[in-house]
Write a protein that binds this ligand. Sequence first.
Ligand SMILES: NC(=O)c1ccc[n+]([C@@H]2O[C@H](COP(=O)([O-])OP(=O)(O)OC[C@H]3O[C@@H](n4cnc5c(N)ncnc54)[C@H](OP(=O)(O)O)[C@@H]3O)[C@@H](O)[C@H]2O)c1
Length: 293
Amino acid sequence: MMKILVLGAGGQLGGELCRQLDKAAVGWRRADLDLERLHDIVPRVLDLRPDAVINAAAYTQVDRAEDEAERCWRINAHAVEALAEVCQRLECRFLHVSTDYVFGDDPRDAPRPFQETDAPNPRGEYARSKLAGELAARKCERHVVIRTCGLYARPEAKPRKGRNFVDTMRCLGETHSTLRVVQDQVCTPSYVPHVAEAMAYLLNSGATGTYHVVNIGHTNWYEFACEIFQRAGRDVSVVPITTAEYGARAPRPRFSVLDTTKYQQLGGPALPPWRQGLIEYFQEAAFNESART
Ligand SMILES: NC(=O)c1ccc[n+]([C@@H]2O[C@H](COP(=O)([O-])OP(=O)(O)OC[C@H]3O[C@@H](n4cnc5c(N)ncnc54)[C@H](OP(=O)(O)O)[C@@H]3O)[C@@H](O)[C@H]2O)c1
């Protein structure tokens, strides 16, 4: 049986990959290997001798990264360099997860979804460190860089504020009757099980290179919040605001939609429309709820 090392096993995507890859997965959390300890990476992975490495671990706190740049770069860029080096030495496949944020703002007048070949233009420490991570991952010949966007994992027993946008909205919806949500950022919220399924296919297909893997279509955070409350059956009044009014610490791209044609042409599992992801999330939440009562 294949031995696939999944880094970030305690996170949204890493956890789901471990679930889907089942017995083939060796899931490591930060406690198993702290990616900040750069000198530990090569010997620890050499010791395990995996057939493939999937790096779903990352410093993901976009705003805090502005104040913790060094730490962010160590995890998102320098650790990836060590992972690519050890994968090259083992001649194993290296799947590394990146982000739509590498594109930043689209300089074109009429933006269209970004293709893998479009020039990156990251803004902010998180985005720049993730682009550096992509460049590092490509030093391994058998690399796959997967860019994704707006992840939300299967529901847990109770939604947790800060885990992802859907969980955060559900938590806030319990205590607020009105919420202000940004309307001028277009993106594709993506359901983690769909992304993980596509990644498992990429792993087994032998593909190499860069692939965009997100649900199909696009929306904005305001519309997405409205859809969440409708499906959650919550009567929350959602007020659209601008990015400037919200005033986040790190810059956010205004049109951050990824073109998935390259992935789709491989003929793997279809990427469902983004609304389908939300439907499945709430179906699972309802199932969990009924199993508890
Ligand atoms: N979330 C999104 O909306 C989004 C969008 C686009 C791209 N991405 C990319 O997708 C990937 C997965 O994201 P996610 O949402 O699954 O992230 P997540 O839930 O925040 O999980 C990230 C994992 O990385 C681990 N980690 C952080 N620092 C570490 C360290 N020093 N050593 C070892 N492990 C460390 C964390 O462990 P602890 O739990 O112990 O801290 C956590 O389990 C990332 O590469 C991210 O950049 C995410």
